[in-house]
Design a protein around this ligand. Structure first.
Ligand code: AVI
Length: 320
């Protein structure tokens, strides 16, 4: 029996639109002059697991730096937000970061939103079993082009939670538009946002090109996702993981580089790649404190408070 059925305070809502045709999107990205695959396609079941493994890597310090900040400042956050909030977890993944805030925040309602519907259902069911007193809603949706919440989400005391530097995966103008949509969806409430700070470029690159090759596997796995969703015939072994820091744009970039001249085919189309040609798969923008404050102000937030870890590698913003 589906374990979620035995949990009366847990509901799921699937808002993934049929109009979002992944095959069309993937094929269009591969046909563009500069080929690309959007980072949302990383997160099939294996990709979600690989991302969990990345978060354990010594080179990828972001989750631990962020956790230090939450451990130190949960009281400040709780005091500002107040009791009985509706905690809206954007890109919830395994829900672990939000769950660690439950004891202090004591939310009345927890809304976990993620594009990976099956993984979300599985993870949120476990969280609901551990916290039967909290009403929970799982929402499967792609919020990358704007946030819209189902009517069952309480309007009062909304706290949008966007940890892990996922905001860095948006280009600056898109980040502003996205944060504005969160602002509109949570009007009168708060935003708790994590962002990675600009740091030493060698450490920065190592975080996206780890010695064990976990990030390489995460990046290459997107080709398996494309094969499944868009009918492409990528051979993973023909491609190499590339991670580099783009100083001008203040961002880490991930690409896949063709190891030889090759052709990728799909129903109704094909694309030739010369050896060394790249498919762009992800940008991770790195912020300064003032850059992040400016972004939040431009998206309509006020009373921005910033908390950093002792090494100043990561920043958490709490904004009204
Ligand atoms: C999810 N996102 C914030 C991660 C990042 O750092 O941009 C995804 C990731 N890509 C490679 N490693 C981790």
């Amino acid at each position: 029996m589906d374990a979620s059925l035995a949990l009366p305070r847990l509901r799921f809502c699937d808002s993934l639109k049929a109009a979002d045709d992944p095959a069309l999107e993937l094929r269009a990205g591969l046909s563009a002059a500069a080929a690309s695959i959007a980072p949302k396609f990383f997160y099939d079941r294996l990709g979600a697991r690989l991302f969990e493994a990345i978060c354990e890597l010594s080179e990828y310090t972001l989750p631990r730096d962020e956790q230090v900040i939450f451990d130190r400042h949960t009281a400040d956050i709780t005091q500002a937000v107040g009791p009985d909030c509706t905690l809206i977890d954007l890109g919830a993944g395994n829900c672990a970061k939000a769950e660690r805030l439950f004891p202090a925040l004591a939310p009345r309602q927890y809304v976990a939103i993620d594009i990976a519907a099956a993984f979300l259902r599985e993870q949120l069911t476990r969280v609901a079993q551990r916290h039967p007193q909290i009403e929970m809603i799982g929402v499967a949706t792609d919020f990358s082009s704007g946030l819209a919440l189902p009517a069952s989400v309480r309007a009062q005391r909304r706290l949008a939670f966007y940890p892990g530097s996922s905001i860095g995966n948006f280009a600056p103008l898109d980040a502003r538009a996205f944060l504005s949509s969160v602002h509109a969806a949570c009007n009168g409430g708060y935003l708790l946002l994590g962002a990675d700070l600009v740091k030493d470029p060698v450490a920065q690159v190592a975080a996206y090109d780890d010695a064990l090759g976990v990030t390489a596997a995460f990046n290459l796995n997107v080709l398996n996702v494309a094969n499944r969703l868009a009918g492409t015939d990528f051979l993973v072994s023909d491609w190499r993981h590339v991670a580099r820091f783009n100083e001008t744009e203040s961002r880490m970039e991930m690409h896949l580089e063709a190891r030889r001249d090759l052709v990728v085919c799909w129903p109704g189309g094909e694309r030739r790649f010369a050896a060394g040609e790249l498919i762009h798969t992800e940008n991770s923008y790195k912020y300064t404190r003032s850059g992040l404050t400016g972004l939040l102000h431009s998206a309509g937030y006020r009373n921005v408070r910033l908390f950093t870890d002792p090494s100043e590698r990561f920043v958490v913003a709490l904004a009204e």
